[in-house]
Design a protein around this ligand. Structure first.
Ligand SMILES: [Zn+2]
Length: 320
């Protein structure tokens, strides 16, 4: 639907969830934020353009907010259906967006060797059946400004969920399209129920992104998997997200302090997930992303120390 003048939000179904794709329309050029799954572009977005008299050949820019396949899976369809589109992403996410194989092994499977939490090959097969990669034309570092004709957008570097995550500020409305840059206290299903934990990974970058977005005093925050957060609701969502990081860090330190022996990351999650959120098995295991992020912070500040067991798995204990 057209939520503001020339700013559209298209909810594309992905299983029990949706990914919201945004369209910003200028007098010369159209910009799209995120590409969903292959079918999101070929069916949902293509149909939406048709019924709203928007031209696919006017699309000049397609931005991937970050390297997750529910945000980049339609990139090949963009190449086929939008011949004038430049595909753009944060430079640090480029390698994983250009290669789904790399996305799978470097991002989704980073916990296998040292933490014993592996993605299944069925998950990889599914990804490969709904997402198709393309090269990236432009790698952003942040603060670029794009002229769409009587309308400018600004690219913000908003790391945390990934290192290269970018958001798009629409100067005309002061709405910020943030993809998954900020994730509240749970990712949601389409019906609003909790789906899985907020999968931020780089904690200090994530906290700094939340503070940065707050500083823009956005008229609204437009995410990929949540309803619109307008005015005060946007600030509340940012505050909730920031407070959640403090809660998780506190719980991690408490569990390590009270453990009788050095404890692995997945053991920590098993014993504490009910205090972190309401997710069922196996969804709660994706706490691996934020929990590892917080363990890295606690290690950095030398509040805890790490060692490896005979299987090469990392165990954590208090530093004193
Ligand atoms: Zn997402």
């Amino acid at each position: 639907m057209e939520i503001r003048s020339g700013l559209h939000r298209i909810e594309c179904p992905i299983g029990e969830r949706y990914v919201a794709i945004y369209v910003v329309v200028g007098s010369k050029s159209i910009l799209i934020v995120d590409t969903g799954f292959d079918d999101s572009i070929r069916t949902t977005v293509a149909n939406y353009f048709k019924s709203n008299n928007l031209s696919l050949s006017k699309v000049g820019y397609v931005i991937n907010t970050h390297s997750d396949y529910d945000h980049t899976g339609g990139n090949r369809a963009v190449r086929e259906l939008m011949p004038n589109a430049l595909i753009c992403a944060g430079e640090r996410d480029r390698p994983m967006i250009e290669s789904l194989d790399r996305m799978f092994y470097d991002r989704y499977n980073e916990f296998e060797k040292e933490h014993g939490f592996a993605e299944s090959m069925a998950a990889k097969d599914f990804m490969m059946s709904v997402a198709f990669e393309s090269n990236i034309d432009i790698g952003f570092s942040g603060n670029e400004r794009i002229d769409l004709g009587d309308r400018y957008v600004e690219i913000l570097h908003t790391p945390g969920h990934s290192w290269g995550h970018v958001s798009v500020l629409d100067e005309k409305t002061n709405a910020v399209i943030i993809g998954d840059a900020v994730l509240g206290n749970s990712v949601l299903l389409a019906n609003g129920d909790p789906a899985f934990p907020p999968t931020y990974r780089f904690v200090e970058a994530y906290r700094s992104t939340i503070r940065l977005l707050k500083g823009y005093q956005p008229s609204e925050i437009l995410t990929s998997h949540y309803p619109r957060y307008v005015e005060q609701a946007a600030i509340d969502f940012l505050d909730l997200s920031l407070n959640y990081t403090d809660l998780i860090e506190k719980i991690c330190l408490e569990v390590i302090s009270t453990a009788k022996k050095p404890i692995g990351m997945m053991e920590l999650i098993e014993s504490a997930h009910e205090r972190m959120g309401p997710w069922p098995d196996p969804a709660y295991k994706y706490l691996a992303y934020p929990v590892l992020g917080h363990l890295e912070i606690l290690l950095g500040y030398k509040k805890i120390k790490a060692s490896k067991d005979e299987n090469g798995l990392i165990k954590y204990q208090l530093a004193v």
